[in-house]
Design a protein around this ligand. Sequence first.
Ligand code: NAI
Length: 338
Amino acid sequence: MFRPAFSAAQRRCFSVSAQQNSKVTVLGAAGGIGQPLSLLLKLNPRVTELALYDIRGGPGVAADISHVNTKSKVTGYSVGPEGLKAALEGAEIVLIPAGVPRKPGMTRDDLFNTNASIVRDLAKAAADHSPNANLLIISNPVNSTVPITAEVFKSKGVYNPKRLFGVTTLDVVRASRFISEIKGTDPANEEVTVVGGHSGVTIVPLLSQSNHPDITGETRDALVNRIQFGGDEVVQAKDGAGSATLSMAYAGSRMADSLLRAAQGEQGVTEPAFVESPLYKDQGCEFFSSRIELGPEGVKKIHPVGKINEYEEGLIAAALKDLAKNIAKGKEFVKSNP
Ligand code: NAI
Protein backbone atom coordinates (compact mmCIF):
# COMPACT_ATOMS: atom_id res chain seq x y z
CA MET A 1 0.00 0.00 0.00
CA PHE A 2 1.44 3.34 -0.98
CA ARG A 3 2.24 5.86 1.76
CA PRO A 4 1.17 3.72 4.71
CA ALA A 5 2.05 6.41 7.25
CA PHE A 6 -0.53 8.86 5.87
CA SER A 7 -3.85 9.49 7.59
CA ALA A 8 -6.96 7.79 6.26
CA ALA A 9 -8.24 11.13 4.95
CA GLN A 10 -4.99 11.76 3.12
CA ARG A 11 -5.05 8.26 1.63
CA ARG A 12 -8.63 8.68 0.45
CA CYS A 13 -7.72 11.94 -1.23
CA PHE A 14 -4.61 10.44 -2.74
CA SER A 15 -6.55 7.65 -4.42
CA VAL A 16 -8.97 9.89 -6.30
CA SER A 17 -8.17 10.32 -9.94
CA ALA A 18 -6.52 13.45 -11.23
CA GLN A 19 -8.96 16.22 -12.09
CA GLN A 20 -6.67 18.66 -13.82
CA ASN A 21 -3.38 18.76 -15.63
CA SER A 22 -0.48 19.06 -13.26
CA LYS A 23 3.05 19.14 -14.57
CA VAL A 24 5.65 18.54 -11.89
CA THR A 25 9.33 19.17 -12.59
CA VAL A 26 12.30 17.76 -10.67
CA LEU A 27 15.68 19.50 -11.07
CA GLY A 28 18.39 17.10 -9.89
CA ALA A 29 16.20 14.13 -10.80
CA ALA A 30 19.01 11.60 -11.18
CA GLY A 31 20.42 12.07 -7.69
CA GLY A 32 19.99 10.14 -4.49
CA ILE A 33 16.82 12.07 -3.64
CA GLY A 34 15.78 12.83 -7.20
CA GLN A 35 15.34 9.21 -8.30
CA PRO A 36 13.06 7.90 -5.53
CA LEU A 37 11.27 11.26 -5.44
CA SER A 38 10.53 10.99 -9.16
CA LEU A 39 9.32 7.42 -8.68
CA LEU A 40 6.93 8.47 -5.90
CA LEU A 41 5.63 11.32 -8.06
CA LYS A 42 5.03 8.82 -10.86
CA LEU A 43 2.78 6.91 -8.46
CA ASN A 44 0.74 10.01 -7.64
CA PRO A 45 -2.42 10.16 -9.80
CA ARG A 46 -2.60 13.94 -9.38
CA VAL A 47 0.61 14.32 -11.40
CA THR A 48 -0.22 14.18 -15.10
CA GLU A 49 3.21 15.09 -16.46
CA LEU A 50 6.59 14.52 -14.87
CA ALA A 51 9.58 16.47 -16.19
CA LEU A 52 13.00 15.22 -15.11
CA TYR A 53 16.16 17.27 -15.47
CA ASP A 54 19.69 16.70 -14.22
CA ILE A 55 23.16 17.61 -15.42
CA ARG A 56 23.76 13.86 -15.72
CA GLY A 57 21.45 10.99 -16.35
CA GLY A 58 18.05 12.68 -16.54
CA PRO A 59 16.84 10.90 -19.71
CA GLY A 60 17.93 7.50 -18.34
CA VAL A 61 15.99 7.91 -15.10
CA ALA A 62 13.00 9.16 -17.11
CA ALA A 63 13.10 6.17 -19.50
CA ASP A 64 13.19 3.81 -16.54
CA ILE A 65 10.38 5.46 -14.56
CA SER A 66 8.26 5.93 -17.70
CA HIS A 67 7.67 2.16 -17.83
CA VAL A 68 5.73 2.23 -14.56
CA ASN A 69 2.12 1.69 -15.60
CA THR A 70 0.48 4.80 -14.22
CA LYS A 71 -1.13 7.43 -16.44
CA SER A 72 1.35 10.29 -16.24
CA LYS A 73 3.74 11.11 -19.05
CA VAL A 74 7.43 11.18 -18.09
CA THR A 75 10.05 13.12 -20.03
CA GLY A 76 13.78 13.37 -19.42
CA TYR A 77 15.39 16.52 -20.75
CA SER A 78 18.81 17.04 -22.27
CA VAL A 79 21.45 18.97 -20.37
CA GLY A 80 21.69 22.70 -21.05
CA PRO A 81 19.54 25.82 -21.14
CA GLU A 82 17.13 24.48 -23.78
CA GLY A 83 16.46 21.26 -21.89
CA LEU A 84 16.04 23.17 -18.65
CA LYS A 85 13.63 25.62 -20.29
CA ALA A 86 11.50 22.84 -21.72
CA ALA A 87 11.49 21.00 -18.39
CA LEU A 88 10.25 24.10 -16.57
CA GLU A 89 7.70 25.54 -18.98
CA GLY A 90 4.13 25.00 -17.79
CA ALA A 91 5.13 23.46 -14.46
CA GLU A 92 2.74 23.74 -11.53
CA ILE A 93 5.34 22.51 -9.07
CA VAL A 94 9.14 22.57 -9.35
CA LEU A 95 11.14 20.55 -6.83
CA ILE A 96 14.86 21.27 -6.53
CA PRO A 97 17.04 18.59 -4.95
CA ALA A 98 20.07 19.50 -7.11
CA GLY A 99 23.39 19.91 -5.35
CA VAL A 100 25.87 18.03 -3.20
CA PRO A 101 24.90 16.22 0.02
CA ARG A 102 26.80 16.12 3.31
CA LYS A 103 29.61 13.76 4.28
CA PRO A 104 30.32 12.76 7.89
CA GLY A 105 31.46 15.72 10.00
CA MET A 106 29.89 18.34 7.73
CA THR A 107 27.13 20.75 8.68
CA ARG A 108 24.57 21.84 6.12
CA ASP A 109 26.23 25.24 6.03
CA ASP A 110 29.43 23.56 4.79
CA LEU A 111 27.54 22.85 1.54
CA PHE A 112 26.94 26.55 0.95
CA ASN A 113 29.88 27.20 -1.35
CA THR A 114 28.85 24.52 -3.85
CA ASN A 115 25.09 24.58 -3.60
CA ALA A 116 24.50 28.35 -3.45
CA SER A 117 25.52 28.84 -7.08
CA ILE A 118 23.67 25.70 -8.27
CA VAL A 119 20.44 26.91 -6.67
CA ARG A 120 20.98 30.50 -7.86
CA ASP A 121 21.35 29.34 -11.46
CA LEU A 122 18.36 27.00 -11.33
CA ALA A 123 16.32 29.74 -9.67
CA LYS A 124 17.20 32.07 -12.56
CA ALA A 125 15.89 29.49 -15.02
CA ALA A 126 12.74 28.95 -12.94
CA ALA A 127 12.15 32.72 -12.74
CA ASP A 128 12.44 32.93 -16.54
CA HIS A 129 10.42 29.84 -17.52
CA SER A 130 8.06 28.94 -14.66
CA PRO A 131 7.64 32.12 -12.61
CA ASN A 132 4.18 31.12 -11.35
CA ALA A 133 5.03 27.59 -10.22
CA ASN A 134 5.23 26.53 -6.59
CA LEU A 135 8.96 26.20 -5.98
CA LEU A 136 10.06 23.59 -3.46
CA ILE A 137 13.69 23.98 -2.42
CA ILE A 138 15.26 20.81 -1.02
CA SER A 139 18.95 21.62 -1.67
CA ASN A 140 20.82 22.50 1.50
CA PRO A 141 21.46 24.70 3.35
CA VAL A 142 17.72 25.37 3.01
CA ASN A 143 18.02 28.27 5.50
CA SER A 144 20.15 30.05 2.88
CA THR A 145 19.04 28.55 -0.45
CA VAL A 146 15.47 29.80 0.04
CA PRO A 147 16.60 33.44 0.56
CA ILE A 148 18.90 32.99 -2.46
CA THR A 149 15.93 31.94 -4.58
CA ALA A 150 13.83 34.84 -3.28
CA GLU A 151 16.56 37.34 -4.20
CA VAL A 152 16.91 35.90 -7.70
CA PHE A 153 13.14 36.10 -8.25
CA LYS A 154 13.10 39.67 -6.89
CA SER A 155 15.90 40.68 -9.24
CA LYS A 156 13.81 39.43 -12.15
CA GLY A 157 10.64 41.11 -10.86
CA VAL A 158 8.66 37.89 -10.48
CA TYR A 159 8.93 37.11 -6.75
CA ASN A 160 5.74 35.81 -5.16
CA PRO A 161 6.39 34.83 -1.53
CA LYS A 162 3.30 32.62 -1.57
CA ARG A 163 4.95 30.28 -4.06
CA LEU A 164 8.37 29.72 -2.48
CA PHE A 165 8.84 26.90 0.04
CA GLY A 166 11.89 25.48 1.78
CA VAL A 167 11.09 21.82 2.31
CA THR A 168 11.22 21.02 6.05
CA THR A 169 8.73 18.15 5.88
CA LEU A 170 11.41 15.61 6.78
CA ASP A 171 11.80 17.22 10.19
CA VAL A 172 8.15 16.59 11.07
CA VAL A 173 8.28 13.12 9.53
CA ARG A 174 11.26 12.29 11.75
CA ALA A 175 9.68 13.92 14.80
CA SER A 176 6.51 11.87 14.53
CA ARG A 177 8.50 8.68 13.99
CA PHE A 178 10.93 9.30 16.87
CA ILE A 179 8.18 10.23 19.35
CA SER A 180 6.26 7.09 18.39
CA GLU A 181 9.35 5.00 19.13
CA ILE A 182 9.44 6.39 22.67
CA LYS A 183 5.71 6.04 23.30
CA GLY A 184 5.13 2.78 21.41
CA THR A 185 2.42 4.38 19.26
CA ASP A 186 1.56 4.46 15.56
CA PRO A 187 3.54 7.35 14.00
CA ALA A 188 0.60 8.07 11.67
CA ASN A 189 -1.26 9.35 14.74
CA GLU A 190 1.61 11.47 16.03
CA GLU A 191 1.80 15.06 14.88
CA VAL A 192 4.65 17.16 16.14
CA THR A 193 4.85 20.77 15.06
CA VAL A 194 8.42 21.67 14.14
CA VAL A 195 9.24 25.34 13.60
CA GLY A 196 12.32 27.45 12.82
CA GLY A 197 14.63 26.40 10.03
CA HIS A 198 16.21 23.24 8.63
CA SER A 199 19.57 22.66 10.31
CA GLY A 200 20.74 21.72 13.78
CA VAL A 201 19.52 24.06 16.49
CA THR A 202 17.31 25.97 14.07
CA ILE A 203 15.03 22.90 14.02
CA VAL A 204 12.63 23.43 16.95
CA PRO A 205 10.12 20.69 17.79
CA LEU A 206 7.22 21.86 19.94
CA LEU A 207 6.60 18.79 22.09
CA SER A 208 4.30 20.78 24.38
CA GLN A 209 1.82 20.92 21.48
CA SER A 210 2.13 17.20 20.64
CA ASN A 211 0.08 14.33 22.05
CA HIS A 212 2.81 13.88 24.65
CA PRO A 213 3.53 17.12 26.52
CA ASP A 214 4.41 14.83 29.43
CA ILE A 215 7.79 14.00 27.87
CA THR A 216 10.19 15.99 30.06
CA GLY A 217 13.69 16.00 31.52
CA GLU A 218 16.41 13.89 29.95
CA THR A 219 14.00 12.01 27.70
CA ARG A 220 12.80 15.31 26.25
CA ASP A 221 16.32 16.65 25.82
CA ALA A 222 17.43 13.49 24.02
CA LEU A 223 14.33 13.49 21.79
CA VAL A 224 14.75 17.15 20.84
CA ASN A 225 18.42 16.55 20.09
CA ARG A 226 17.56 13.52 17.94
CA ILE A 227 15.00 15.52 15.93
CA GLN A 228 17.49 18.38 15.47
CA PHE A 229 20.37 16.14 14.46
CA GLY A 230 18.49 13.14 12.98
CA GLY A 231 20.06 13.82 9.60
CA ASP A 232 23.49 13.13 11.11
CA GLU A 233 22.43 9.55 11.96
CA VAL A 234 21.90 8.90 8.27
CA VAL A 235 25.06 10.71 7.17
CA GLN A 236 27.14 8.64 9.62
CA ALA A 237 25.46 5.34 8.70
CA LYS A 238 26.01 6.02 4.99
CA ASP A 239 29.65 6.66 5.84
CA GLY A 240 30.55 9.07 3.06
CA ALA A 241 27.93 7.94 0.55
CA GLY A 242 25.60 10.88 1.19
CA SER A 243 22.73 11.93 3.43
CA ALA A 244 19.04 11.12 3.69
CA THR A 245 17.61 10.30 0.28
CA LEU A 246 14.76 7.80 0.68
CA SER A 247 13.07 9.40 3.68
CA MET A 248 13.63 12.77 2.01
CA ALA A 249 12.02 11.55 -1.20
CA TYR A 250 9.02 10.44 0.85
CA ALA A 251 8.86 13.84 2.60
CA GLY A 252 9.26 15.78 -0.66
CA SER A 253 6.57 13.76 -2.38
CA ARG A 254 4.22 14.33 0.57
CA MET A 255 4.81 18.10 0.35
CA ALA A 256 4.18 18.09 -3.42
CA ASP A 257 1.03 16.02 -2.94
CA SER A 258 -0.24 18.44 -0.30
CA LEU A 259 0.21 21.36 -2.69
CA LEU A 260 -1.58 19.50 -5.47
CA ARG A 261 -4.47 18.62 -3.15
CA ALA A 262 -4.76 22.25 -2.04
CA ALA A 263 -4.57 23.43 -5.67
CA GLN A 264 -7.44 21.10 -6.51
CA GLY A 265 -9.64 22.66 -3.85
CA GLU A 266 -9.16 20.50 -0.80
CA GLN A 267 -9.57 22.62 2.34
CA GLY A 268 -7.45 22.57 5.47
CA VAL A 269 -4.27 21.10 3.93
CA THR A 270 -1.47 22.05 6.31
CA GLU A 271 2.26 21.33 6.09
CA PRO A 272 5.28 22.89 7.73
CA ALA A 273 7.49 24.88 5.37
CA PHE A 274 10.22 27.49 5.47
CA VAL A 275 8.57 30.52 3.88
CA GLU A 276 8.73 34.29 3.98
CA SER A 277 6.99 34.95 7.26
CA PRO A 278 6.11 37.91 9.46
CA LEU A 279 6.52 35.90 12.70
CA TYR A 280 10.14 36.83 13.55
CA LYS A 281 10.91 39.36 10.83
CA ASP A 282 11.68 42.01 13.45
CA GLN A 283 14.46 39.74 14.76
CA GLY A 284 16.25 39.44 11.44
CA CYS A 285 14.42 36.31 10.30
CA GLU A 286 12.50 37.17 7.18
CA PHE A 287 11.97 33.45 6.59
CA PHE A 288 10.66 31.03 9.19
CA SER A 289 9.10 27.60 9.17
CA SER A 290 5.79 27.08 10.91
CA ARG A 291 2.55 25.31 10.04
CA ILE A 292 1.34 26.62 6.70
CA GLU A 293 -2.16 26.20 5.38
CA LEU A 294 -1.94 25.64 1.64
CA GLY A 295 -4.37 26.81 -1.02
CA PRO A 296 -4.63 27.20 -4.79
CA GLU A 297 -2.36 30.26 -4.58
CA GLY A 298 0.32 28.45 -2.56
CA VAL A 299 0.62 29.81 0.99
CA LYS A 300 -2.90 30.52 2.27
CA LYS A 301 -2.24 31.12 5.94
CA ILE A 302 0.89 31.19 8.08
CA HIS A 303 0.02 29.79 11.49
CA PRO A 304 1.62 31.46 14.49
CA VAL A 305 3.86 29.38 16.70
CA GLY A 306 1.13 29.31 19.36
CA LYS A 307 1.43 28.61 23.06
CA ILE A 308 4.83 27.24 24.01
CA ASN A 309 6.67 26.67 27.28
CA GLU A 310 9.79 28.35 28.63
CA TYR A 311 12.06 25.55 27.43
CA GLU A 312 10.76 25.97 23.87
CA GLU A 313 11.12 29.75 24.09
CA GLY A 314 14.81 29.10 24.80
CA LEU A 315 15.06 26.79 21.78
CA ILE A 316 13.49 29.42 19.53
CA ALA A 317 15.80 32.13 20.83
CA ALA A 318 18.81 29.94 19.98
CA ALA A 319 17.34 29.10 16.57
CA LEU A 320 16.74 32.73 15.63
CA LYS A 321 20.40 33.64 16.13
CA ASP A 322 21.63 31.03 13.64
CA LEU A 323 18.73 31.51 11.31
CA ALA A 324 19.27 35.25 10.97
CA LYS A 325 22.91 34.59 9.99
CA ASN A 326 21.97 31.87 7.48
CA ILE A 327 19.35 34.11 5.86
CA ALA A 328 21.70 37.10 5.66
CA LYS A 329 24.40 34.88 4.13
CA GLY A 330 22.03 33.77 1.35
CA LYS A 331 20.94 37.31 0.57
CA GLU A 332 24.52 38.58 0.63
CA PHE A 333 25.60 35.82 -1.77
CA VAL A 334 23.18 36.98 -4.46
CA LYS A 335 24.19 40.60 -3.94
CA SER A 336 27.89 39.78 -4.44
CA ASN A 337 27.38 37.06 -7.04
CA PRO A 338 24.33 38.09 -9.07
P1 NAI B 1 23.10 13.67 -4.98
O1 NAI B 1 24.50 14.14 -5.17
O2 NAI B 1 22.84 12.21 -4.89
O3 NAI B 1 22.18 14.24 -6.15
C1 NAI B 1 22.23 15.56 -6.55
C2 NAI B 1 21.91 15.59 -8.03
O4 NAI B 1 21.89 16.96 -8.44
C3 NAI B 1 22.94 14.86 -8.90
O5 NAI B 1 22.29 13.91 -9.72
C4 NAI B 1 23.57 15.98 -9.73
O6 NAI B 1 23.94 15.57 -11.02
C5 NAI B 1 22.43 17.00 -9.75
N1 NAI B 1 22.86 18.35 -10.06
C6 NAI B 1 23.95 19.03 -9.62
N2 NAI B 1 23.98 20.27 -10.16
C7 NAI B 1 22.89 20.37 -10.95
C8 NAI B 1 22.36 21.40 -11.77
N3 NAI B 1 22.99 22.58 -11.90
N4 NAI B 1 21.22 21.15 -12.45
C9 NAI B 1 20.58 19.97 -12.32
N5 NAI B 1 21.03 18.96 -11.57
C10 NAI B 1 22.17 19.16 -10.89
O7 NAI B 1 22.53 14.43 -3.67
P2 NAI B 1 21.20 14.09 -2.85
O8 NAI B 1 21.51 13.10 -1.79
O9 NAI B 1 20.12 13.80 -3.80
O10 NAI B 1 20.95 15.49 -2.11
C11 NAI B 1 20.61 16.64 -2.85
C12 NAI B 1 20.47 17.85 -1.93
O11 NAI B 1 19.36 17.68 -1.02
C13 NAI B 1 21.70 18.10 -1.05
O12 NAI B 1 21.99 19.48 -1.04
C14 NAI B 1 21.24 17.65 0.33
O13 NAI B 1 21.93 18.30 1.36
C15 NAI B 1 19.78 18.06 0.29
N6 NAI B 1 18.92 17.41 1.29
C16 NAI B 1 17.88 18.14 1.78
C17 NAI B 1 17.05 17.63 2.74
C18 NAI B 1 15.92 18.45 3.27
O14 NAI B 1 15.28 18.01 4.24
N7 NAI B 1 15.60 19.58 2.70
C19 NAI B 1 17.23 16.26 3.27
C20 NAI B 1 18.32 15.56 2.65
C21 NAI B 1 19.14 16.13 1.70
